[in-house]
Design a protein around this ligand. Structure first.
Ligand SMILES: Nc1ncnc2c1ncn2[C@@H]1O[C@H](COP(=O)(O)OP(=O)(O)OP(=O)(O)O)[C@@H](O)[C@H]1O
Length: 297
C-alpha cells in the first residue's frame, strides 16, 4: 500500500546535559516542503540529526514512509536522503567512484540515475569532490542521495555560503523535485527568504521547543507588523502585541492579525499596518518576554 506520509514524528525529545529538545510532533506528506527556522542554538540541527538517526532520541517515535524508525534500522534509514555541511566523501576519488563506493551501502542505489542527475546538474563525473565549488558540491550530494530514491529529504542549512544566484537555482531544483519525485522535503535554514519562495509549511523552533507550526500562508496571515510614533505606544492596549521594539522613528511591533487589531479604530489612523516577512515573525516570536518593549529609552 502506498503511504502518503513521508514522515510522522510523535513527542520526540532529546536531552543533552545543557540543552533539551522537547516534545516535537508533526507530520509531512510526500510532495510538500517544510522549512524549519530558529535562532542560533534553537535546536534545528539536533532535530535533523534525530530524524536521520545520527542522535539517539531520549523519547518519542519517528515513522518514515509509514515505517517505525529506530536509529539502527538501516532499511528504514535508506528511505531518507540527508544532506548536511559535513563532507562524507573521499576527496581523492572521482564523483562516480565515490558514488559507486558509498552507493554500494544502499540496497537500491541507481548508478544510471546518478549519472543522469550529474549531467542534468552540469557536473563532470570524472572530477573529484575537492575540485567542486560549494554550490557544485551540494548538487553532487543531492544527486547522490536522490539516486537512492528517498521518500524524505532532510537538508540541514543547505544554502549556507551559496551565492544568491546559485541559491535560486538550488531552490528551483528542490521545487521541481517534490513535484517529480514522490517525497517530502525538510529544510532547516537561517535564510528565511529561501522559505518564502518554496516552503509549504513552516516550523519555528525556539530554545528546543516548537513554538509554531503551520502552513506558510496561515503563518503570514496570522500576524501584522504595526508601526507608529513613540508617543502613541503608551496609549495602545499592550495585549495587542506579541513583542515591540523602539525604532529611530517610533516603534514597531508584531501583533495578531485577527481579533485584536480590529476594534481599535480610534488609533488605527495613527499607525501603519504591514505584512511581516518570515524573519520579522521569527524575530518577534522569539523575544524573551511577553509582550516585550525592547530597546525603548
Ligand atoms: N552532541 C551534543 N552534545 C551536547 N550538546 C549538544 C550536542 N549537539 C548539540 N548540542 C547543543 O544543542 C543546542 C542546539 O544546537 P543545534 O546545533 O541543534 O542548534 P541550531 O538551531 O542548529 O543552531 P545553529 O543555527 O547555530 O546551527 C546547543 O546548545 C548545542 O550546544
Amino acid at each position: 500500500m502506498q503511504v502518503n506520509e513521508a514522515i510522522r514524528v510523535e513527542n520526540l525529545s532529546k536531552n543533552f546535559r545543557k540543552f533539551n529538545l522537547s516534545d516535537i510532533s508533526f507530520s509531512l506528506d510526500k510532495g510538500f516542503i517544510m522549512g524549519i527556522i530558529g535562532r542560533n542554538g534553537a535546536g534545528k540541527t539536533t532535530l535533523m540529526k534525530l530524524l536521520y538517526g545520527v542522535y539517539t532520541k531520549s523519547q518519542g517515535e519517528v515513522y518514515i514512509d509509514g515505517k517505525r524508525f529506530y536509529k539502527k534500522d538501516y532499511k528504514v534509514r535508506q528511505r531518507i536522503g540527508y544532506i548536511a555541511e559535513e563532507d562524507r566523501f573521499l576527496l581523492e576519488k572521482t564523483l562516480l567512484e565515490n558514488a559507486k563506493a558509498f552507493g554500494s551501502l544502499y540496497d537500491q542505489f541507481d548508478v544510471d540515475y546518478f549519472k543522469e542527475l550529474l549531467c542534468k546538474y552540469n557536473l563532470d563525473e570524472e572530477k573529484t569532490p575537492d575540485q567542486l565549488s560549494k554550490g557544485m558540491k551540494i548538487k553532487f550530494q543531492l544527486a547522490f542521495v536522490l539516486a537512492n530514491h528517498p521518500k524524505l529529504l532532510l537538508l540541514d542549512e543547505p544554502t549556507g555560503g551559496l551565492d544568491p544566484i546559485f541559491r535560486q537555482e538550488f531552490l528551483g531544483i528542490l521545487q521541481g523535485l517534490v513535484e517529480e519525485e514522490n517525497m517530502g522535503v525538510i529544510i532547516s535554514t537561517h535564510i528565511t527568504t529561501d522559505l518564502d519562495k518554496i516552503a509549504d509549511y513552516i516550523m519555528i523552533l525556539d530554545k528546543g521547543k516548537m513554538i509554531s507550526l503551520s502552513t506558510k500562508e496561515e503563518l503570514m496571515d496570522e500576524y501584522r507588523l504595526i508601526k507608529g510614533p513613540r508617543e502613541i505606544l503608551r496609549s495602545l492596549p499592550k495585549e495587542i502585541f506579541i513583542s515591540v521594539k523602539s525604532t529611530n522613528s517610533g516603534f514597531e511591533g508584531l501583533a495578531h492579525h485577527s481579533k485584536k487589531i480590529a476594534g481599535q479604530e480610534e488609533w488605527l489612523h495613527k499607525i501603519v499596518i504591514e505584512n511581516p516577512d518570515l524573519s520579522d515573525i521569527l524575530y518577534y516570536l522569539t523575544q524573551t518576554s511577553y509582550p516585550k518593549i525592547s530597546g525603548s529609552s
